[in-house]
Design a binder for this molecule. Sequence first.
Ligand code: HEC
Length: 267
Amino acid sequence: MSCKQGRFVSSSRHFRQGGIGRGGRWVVLTTVLCAVGSALAMAQGRGRGAAARTVWDGIFMEDQVARGATAFSANCVRCHGEQLEGITGKALVGDTFWRDFDGRTVQDLLDYVSKNMPNGAQAGTLAPDVYLDLVAFILSRNDFPSGGAALTADSSVGVRILRKGETAPRPLPENTAATVVGCLAKTGTREWTVNNGTEPERVDPKGVNASDATRDLGNRSYPLLFVLQSLDKLVGHRVRVKGILVGEGGSNGVNLTQIDSLSETCP
Ligand code: HEC
């Protein structure tokens, strides 16, 4: 577990809109979670340094970047471009990179590339070392520094992708496809809101979070927008909502694309 300052930041915005009781409670909860998180990290012997590693710590070597550049030209450039600006594939630098990877780990990036790229029938066909070189190359092109130890599958674990000097991801931008889990309430004739909501998470292409039925909920509220069918039969359920965030971090709600009941009671 890590101390997610980002949750605090986005809920303190919510606090201003939503009233003192809610915000106050969340501040306390966040503090407790952070304390538990660092106690756990210590107990597991990872220590503070290990728990806090980021892409700014020099986590790959220059020779990996050089090999990665060659592998990129051979396998990736036709879709992602010489400058990684994106052609038929996405841009791998700049805003797109941050929208999709802010707050995630280098392991997530390595996993994604290793399983899905080169996109299509060739996905996953390159050697594991080549994927490591490619990730080093992509990180280098996003201006993260090289260092004295090579990136490996093991060393990628827990290394967080964050902007320089920041200790938490920014709230997901407006229009991001995201998932939230919470309790469905009816708030008007044809209006429903998810209460006790978790912070929004990017829709995971690999599938849903298996712990959604039991994980801790949060204190966010999301009005559901563009609801085409009555949700009355799910009122009071723990639900997982997929949709498009309206406002940064879903501050104005979620345009609903899918809703699943996880349990008939909530929280
Ligand atoms: C045939 C075209 C094609 C090739 C070749 C290709 N990609 Fe991609 N790549 C894509 C597409 C399309 C996406 C977006 C997939 C999606 O969103 O489902 C993507 C997504 C990605 C992403 C995720 C970007 C994000 O913001 O989510 C990374 C990283 C990536 N590619 C790296 C690579 C690497 C490294 C290679 C070379 C081994 C490669 N790609 C080869 C088409 C390609």
